[in-house]
Design a protein around this ligand. Structure first.
Ligand SMILES: [Zn+2]
Length: 334
C-alpha cells in the first residue's frame, strides 16, 4: 500500500499493484472490497487544521493508525483551500443535492467538485467507499462534537461508539429544509467531526491534535465493528436540531445586537424561557421566548453569519440503541 495523489488534490491510500494488474470489472470488484472509508477534510477552504493534519499524515503514515481499514483521503475543496476561502461559488457542504448535480452548470466549481467526489468514491463510484467521515473545524466555543444527518441507523450506531469512547456530543441535524446537500448524506453511512474552537485560517496545535484523536478513535471503532469486538452503549445521547435563530435586524437587514455575554461561549448549556440571547449597546436585552431546557449550539459561528444564523437550538434526547442499528453497521463493513 502507498499514498498516491488523486485528481481532486487528495491522497488515495490504495495499492498501485491493483491499478497496474487489474482492469475494468475486476479492478472495480477488488477496489469495492478494499476501500471502506472516505476521509475528507478541507471541505471548507478556510478550515486549515484538518488539511494540515492530512498533509503531515501523508508524510508520516504512522501518525494515525488505520487499524487495517482501507482509507481514501481527500481534500474536499482544494481550490478554496489554496486561496484560504470557505468556497469559490457555493458552500461545498451544501452542494451534494442530487437535483443540483443533475442540472449541472459548469460554472459552479463546488457542484462540479461534489459530483466528482460522488463519481469517484460514492456508492456507485469508480472506487466506492462505504463510509464517509468529513472533518471540519468551528469558530464557535462548543468544543468538539459529531454531526449526523437524519436518523440513519448506521450513523447512530457509529456515532454512539465514538461518543462512548470520547464523550463527544452528537448534533442530529434533521428537518431543516433550508439546509440540505451535506457531503456525508451521499454515502451509506457518514458523519461530520467538528473540532473547535479555532478562528478560520488559523493553525493551532491543540485543534490538530484533537482532530487526530477523533479520527483515530473513529477508525478504531469501525475496525472493532468489522472484527465483531465493538462494545456498544445501551443508549446514545443526541442533540436534535429544532431550528435556528437569526440576529435581531433593522428594517434594512442590518444586525442591531450582539450575542448576550451570558450566551457567548455557552454552547450546549440549557436555556429557559426568558434567558438572555442578545444585547445591544444601550443594554437592551432580547430574551428567549421558547420552550424550556433547549441547548443552543454553533453560537456565533463565523461561517453561519452569511446564512443568517446566530445559533441553532437543539433538544437533548436519550435514545435506546437498537440491535438492528448495530447489525446494519456490521453488514456495511463486512
Ligand atoms: Zn466546515
Amino acid at each position: 500500500m502507498r499514498a498516491a495523489a488523486t485528481m481532486g488534490g487528495g491522497i488515495d491510500i490504495e495499492s498501485s499493484f491493483f491499478k497496474i494488474f487489474f482492469q475494468g470489472k475486476e479492478l472495480k470488484k477488488i477496489l469495492m472490497a478494499s476501500s471502506q472509508v472516505l476521509l475528507v477534510t478541507g471541505t471548507h477552504g478556510n478550515e486549515i487544521n484538518g488539511p494540515w493534519l492530512f498533509e503531515q499524515w501523508s508524510q508520516n503514515r504512522e501518525l494515525i493508525n488505520n487499524f487495517g481499514l482501507s482509507l481514501v483521503r481527500q481534500i474536499g475543496n482544494p481550490k478554496a483551500l489554496d486561496i484560504g476561502r470557505r468556497y469559490l461559488d457555493f458552500d461545498l457542504n451544501r452542494s451534494f443535492r442530487k437535483d443540483s448535480q443533475d442540472c449541472l452548470t459548469s460554472s459552479n466549481y463546488e457542484v462540479n467538485r461534489a459530483k466528482e467526489l460522488c463519481d469517484l468514491y460514492g456508492p456507485n463510484g469508480s472506487n466506492p467507499c462505504s463510509i464517509a467521515i468529513d472533518l471540519h473545524s468551528t469558530t464557535a466555543d462548543m468544543g468538539s462534537c459529531l454531526v449526523i444527518y437524519g436518523r440513519r441507523p448506521v450513523d447512530l450506531a457509529f456515532s454512539s461508539l465514538i461518543q462512548t469512547r470520547l464523550g463527544l456530543p452528537i448534533y442530529l441535524h434533521e428537518g431543516d429544509p433550508s439546509q440540505k446537500g451535506f457531503l456525508v448524506e451521499s454515502w451509506s453511512c457518514g458523519l461530520v467531526i467538528e473540532i473547535g474552537p479555532v478562528p478560520q485560517g488559523v493553525l493551532e496545535v491543540s485543534i490538530v491534535e484533537k482532530s487526530r484523536i477523533v479520527i483515530s478513535a473513529s477508525l478504531e471503532v469501525l475496525s472493532m465493528v468489522r472484527d465483531g469486538t465493538a462494545v456498544y452503549p445501551d443508549q446514545v445521547v443526541v442533540h436534535k436540531h429544532l431550528g435556528s435563530i437569526d440576529f435581531p435586524r433593522d428594517h434594512q437587514g442590518k444586525v442591531t445586537a450582539c450575542i448576550h455575554p451570558e450566551r457567548q461561549g455557552a454552547d450546549w448549556e440549557l436555556i429557559e424561557k426568558g434567558s438572555p440571547l442578545f444585547m445591544d449597546l444601550n443594554g437592551e436585552i432580547e430574551r428567549f421566548d421558547g420552550k424550556d431546557k433547549l441547548a443552543p449550539v454553533f453560537i456565533n459561528e463565523a461561517a453561519y453569519a452569511e446564512k443568517q444564523i446566530s445559533m441553532s437550538l437543539t433538544n437533548r434526547e436519550v435514545w435506546r440503541l437498537e440491535q438492528s442499528w448495530k447489525e446494519e453497521l456490521k453488514e456495511l463493513l463486512s
